[in-house]
Design a protein around this ligand. Structure first.
Ligand code: PEP
Ligand code: MN
Length: 337
């Protein structure tokens, strides 16, 4: 971190400020006395330094970070990829490609068990399904809630597929104990109280990118979970809000290699919510795999026109089978290059 002090600063103020920085944050401070200004360079772990506090000081002209504000999620401090082992068949981040597939909402036992069987046959290694649904309208279907969780467990029992489902509030954490991966939805990416509580448990978290979150804000949310002691975090790019209205969101393909460069955490891509259109799921899934995604999360429904949520972006099991074949073939081709 580089701090430029105002020309009017006195030598006593510089010494007092430097001592405060050293004692409060445990950093070393290098000082350069120029003709017109004094510059301080903070050396060491500056993640704890409150940049707003520095900016608020009367003697400070400007301040700039030269190091990212996240540490545990940062590849600089953890060069090797994080691999999240779910069971003997599923290790996410180890170079293989995993697909989490299933309906937006769990609707009935028959529905979820049949879809689980179908997607497993096509190569999906995890079952996704919403039990608690964050809907834009309070009048829209809100999910089967705890019954939905029980039905997901029934589908896991029938197929062996680990289950991924979304949590919406801290008080539900105990209810999610038997879930394999807890999803934090886009709308809750900055629910810091929820993130802090999820940091205290030993369970993989799929952290979706907020609708208008920058990559750094998203990584800081991962840092919240990791700072509590839970390092099993996966980042899910699900499209961001832009001025384009043709698609539901805009898939930020560039976020995939950027996250891979900045962080060691696995990246999962959701082409369903990114596009909002079932016919766009295949090309976006292909783009995601080509850009280096560790996994995909895809909505699959047995009867999309009658789905209780997100039917327009849901693939039928037959269409999903074709998409899965193509993305696995692409992954194979890329592995041989
Ligand atoms: C979902 O996965 O069904 C969902 C609501 O996703 P997002 O949080 O990305 O909108
Ligand atoms: Mn959905």
């Amino acid at each position: 971190m580089i701090i430029v002090l105002k020309p009017s600063v006195t030598p006593e103020q510089v010494i007092g400020f430097t001592t405060k920085l050293t004692t409060d944050y445990g950093v070393n401070v290098n000082r350069w006395d120029g003709v017109h200004s004094t510059v301080l360079g903070l050396i060491g772990d500056t993640t704890q330094v409150d940049i707003e506090y520095i900016e608020a000081q009367d003697i400070v002209e400007s301040v700039r970070r030269v190091q990212e504000p996240y540490k545990k999620a940062n590849r600089k401090f953890h060069p090797e990829n994080t691999v999240i082992k779910i069971n003997n068949e599923v290790s996410i981040g180890d170079g293989s490609l995993h697909i989490m597939a299933g309906p937006c909402s769990v609707e009935s036992e028959e529905q979820i068990v049949q879809i689980a069987k179908d997607v497993k046959k096509s190569g999906a290694t995890l079952l996704r399904g919403g039990a608690f649904k964050p809907r834009t309208s309070p009048y829209a279907f809100q999910g089967l809630k705890s019954e939905g969780l029980d039905l997901l467990k029934a589908a896991r029992k029938a197929t062996g597929l680990p289950i991924v489902t979304e949590i919406m509030r801290t008080s539900h954490i105990d209810m999610f104990e038997n879930v394999d991966i807890i999803q934090v939805g886009a709308r809750n990416m900055q629910n810091f109280e929820l993130l802090k509580e999820l940091g205290k448990i030993d369970k993989p978290i799929l952290l979706k990118r907020g609708l208008s979150a920058t990559i750094e804000e998203w990584l800081m949310s991962a840092e919240y979970i990791m700072a509590g002691g839970n390092s099993k975090v996966m980042l899910c790019e699900r499209g961001i809000r832009t001025y384009e209205t043709y698609t539901r969101n805009t898939l930020d393909v560039s976020a995939i290699p950027i996250i891979k460069k900045l962080s060691h955490l696995p990246v999962i891509v959701d082409p369903s919510h990114a596009s909002g259109k079932s016919w766009l799921v295949e090309p976006l899934a292909m783009a995601a795999v080509a850009a280096g995604a560790d996994g995909l999360i895809i909505e699959v429904h047995n009867d999309p026109p009658h789905a209780l949520s997100d039917g327009a972006q849901s693939l039928t099991p037959e269409k999903f089978d074709k998409v899965a074949k193509k993305v696995f073939a692409l992954k194979e081709a890329l592995s041989n290059t």
